[in-house]
Design a binder for this molecule. Structure first.
Ligand SMILES: [Zn+2]
Length: 304
């Protein structure tokens, strides 16, 4: 883990210590931050301090997944018939209404494919924006982390939602999934998410992608959207496409053709699994400020 942390640190990425919450930049690098003006507050502080959505504004995802904000955010109700939101103290169960609709749609399908329901981790802050801990993306209300732990029958208390750990899916040697916890229902829920028309990407650990490649039967086209990434060994990260009515939402590049199952070797190479720490620790990038975000994000921050 220390080596993984060092490679992530090398890439200038943030991690949190909580199980199920290891995250990285997720697929597309953000443009480099300009040096902050003297005294300019980091945008993560400004957006982290706002507890309510910009509900006077129409719903809009503004900017890019890893550099933007959210107008008209909506909360995922913390308990639904087939979902429960976790880690409520973080106040990150917010998203564009299209993300809420997607999660409700996926959760309704879950029991039909053998997955009892969704435990939903971080989505976005009430007005999106950079976060103080844990993610480079999740900024425009179109990303959600879904635990790879099926929902129990009981409704968790608020305390349990803080304390319960997600299930580690990856084997200690990180070369494959743990067969004690991996089931056909894991394949089914990841496939169901990837098959949703609005889903752009599903990010999972490379060992999970390897298992999906091995276990997928029949149509394999959905595997194209399932991409390997660092971390993501307790949860899948689902990203939906830019919504209608969000002209400032910048889409991600299209996924490369093919199921990607022949391109996994690099992830299991010694240099990636056991990276050497850098000789000179990299300088942390200056914090992103409001000036680095799309111009409308200042109005989002101020709005009622
Ligand atoms: Zn995520």
């Amino acid at each position: 883990m220390r080596r993984l942390l060092s490679v992530l640190a090398l890439a200038g990425l943030a991690l949190t210590g909580a199980p199920g919450a290891s995250h990285a930049q997720e697929d597309a690098p953000a443009p480099a931050a300009k040096p902050a003006a003297a005294g300019a507050a980091p945008a993560k502080v400004l957006f982290g301090a706002v507890k309510q959505p910009a509900s006077a504004l129409a719903p809009r995802a503004i900017g890019f997944y890893s550099r933007g904000c959210l107008a008209g955010g909506e909360a995922l109700p913390v308990t639904g018939p087939t979902w429960q939101a976790m880690r409520l103290s973080r106040n990150r169960n917010w998203g564009h209404p299209d993300l809420i609709a997607f999660l409700e749609r996926l959760s309704a399908q879950a029991p039909k494919v053998g997955w009892s329901g969704l435990l939903v981790g971080d989505m976005a802050q009430p007005r999106g924006g950079p976060m103080a801990t844990g993610h480079a993306s999740h900024q425009i209300g179109l990303d959600a982390d879904i635990w790879l732990t099926p929902m129990p029958k009981k409704v968790f208390t608020a305390k349990e939602r803080e304390d319960v750990s997600a299930t580690m899916i990856v084997r200690p040697d990180r070369l494959d999934v743990d067969t004690q916890v991996w089931t056909p229902a894991h394949v089914a829920i990841i496939r169901t998410a990837a098959q949703d028309d609005r889903v752009e990407r599903v990010l999972v650990n490379a060992a999970i992608k390897k298992a999906l490649c091995r276990d997928a039967r029949g149509d394999r086209s959905w595997l194209q959207k399932v991409r390997p990434y660092w971390g993501h060994d307790y949860h899948m990260h689902v990203r939906i496409s830019c919504p209608a009515g969000s002209p400032d939402c910048r889409p991600q590049d299209a996924v490369v053709p093919g199921d990607g199952c022949d391109k996994l070797d690099w992830w299991f190479s010694d240099g990636v699994l056991h990276p050497k720490p850098p000789k000179v620790p990299p300088k942390p990038a200056p914090p992103v400020t409001l000036a680095d975000l799309p111009p409308s994000c200042a109005a989002v921050l101020k709005a009622q």
